[in-house]
Write a protein that binds this ligand. Sequence first.
Ligand code: HEC
Length: 437
Amino acid sequence: MDPLNQDRLRLIKWPWLLALLALLALGVALTLANGWQAHAREWLNLVVRWLHIIYGIAWIGASFYFIFLENALERHGVRAELSGNLWAIHGGGIYYLEKYKTAPAQLPKHLHWFKWDAYLTWVTGFLLLVIVYYADPRAILLPPQSPLPGWAAVAIAVASLPAAWLVYVALSSTKLLYRPALFLLVGGMLVALAAYLLGQVFSGRGVFMHIGAMLGTIMAANVFFVIIPSQKKLVRAAQKGEALDPEFVAWVQLRSRHNNYLTLPVLFTMIAHHFPFTYNHGANWLILILLFVAGVAVRHFINVTEKEHKRTLVEGGAMPYLLVGAAALVLVAFYLTAPRTSTAQADSPVPFAEVEGIIRQHCHMCHAARPTQPGFASAPAGVMFDTPEQIVAQAGKIKQTAVDTTYMPLLLPGVPPLTQEQRARLGAWVAQGARGP
Ligand code: HEC
């Protein structure tokens, strides 16, 4: 069998089975449910997000595993054709693995490739962008009252992905590629600039998600355009008994390293939508870049300590400083996002009726067991404000989403915006003990 053409499609089979089952369930749900468009979108979101996480974990997990192998190889006392070997125990079995400097004299019958998990992470990620952001750009992608037409927002968003790849390719074709620290600095500044520029057009959440999608596109395209083609070159050369140009190999390894350093930042953007306090901040581009620097620092720390696996952390020299540095950056971000308490909290007592009035008028159309807002089939995030008890019980969350940040209300057509004063009154009510009727 040709080792070039052995895609085992390991990861494709069973998640698609899951997807089919979910689609079947969707069909049943659609026939039973009212408000089916909203329902259909929620189900699609669920299925595609699930797949995205499955492929993403498979991709990043394999990436972490192979970087660990490379770092931890025992390089002394091995056969001349090897660059190292490694013993490991997992799941009740002991494994022994050898890495060749180039390729074995005889290629094996089965050579496992790792690429579909990367491609499908990107494909499902793009589908999620369509389902969550582009299908209704007014809902989350654009900030409230943006003058930009929806189609223009979608066009900018979609164009940002290939643009990121092109800028990255241009940067990688300069001498900077061979000076990693400088590359990181320039790359980091470009990411901050992109976040700042996108922030002129998109909502905070839209910015974070698109920066993540841009970096994810760079990673997936690195696999598609650089890493897999060069592996095919390697196998072809081995079949002919030729060696690859070491300069070419070094170039590919650098490009693959970039992916390694991008993993932790991109993972943050994948979970960022849970953290409005980071992306709804005026200086959200700064917070994002600080968290990215922390992620890259931690990734570097892991790479170096894996290499020095025989030493203790203290002997490892400068490494603990890196962790301290990462912690410091998170602290700065923490300081930036700390809620500024408004003086209005000391204001006159806020009766519950006033709070209930605000919630009825600005939140209840969505946050109800049966929402009246078009497009909503059930209470978003499970948050309901149908009774005074429910409102009181969720005072903390109301403060977090409508006072400390301006995440809520989500401003769709028909939802009146909340004034600064109303937000302050809600905050004062919570500060006064969030009393019920
Ligand atoms: C147009 C519909 C809409 C309106 C109006 C609305 N929300 Fe929401 N709310 C949502 C959606 C959608 C989510 C889920 C967002 C997500 O998953 O990020 C949500 C989530 C929440 C959450 C959960 C956040 C979390 O991360 O757990 C809270 C709390 C909340 N809203 C409070 C409010 C309050 C308070 C108001 C009124 C001031 C309000 N919402 C108005 C649509 C709305």
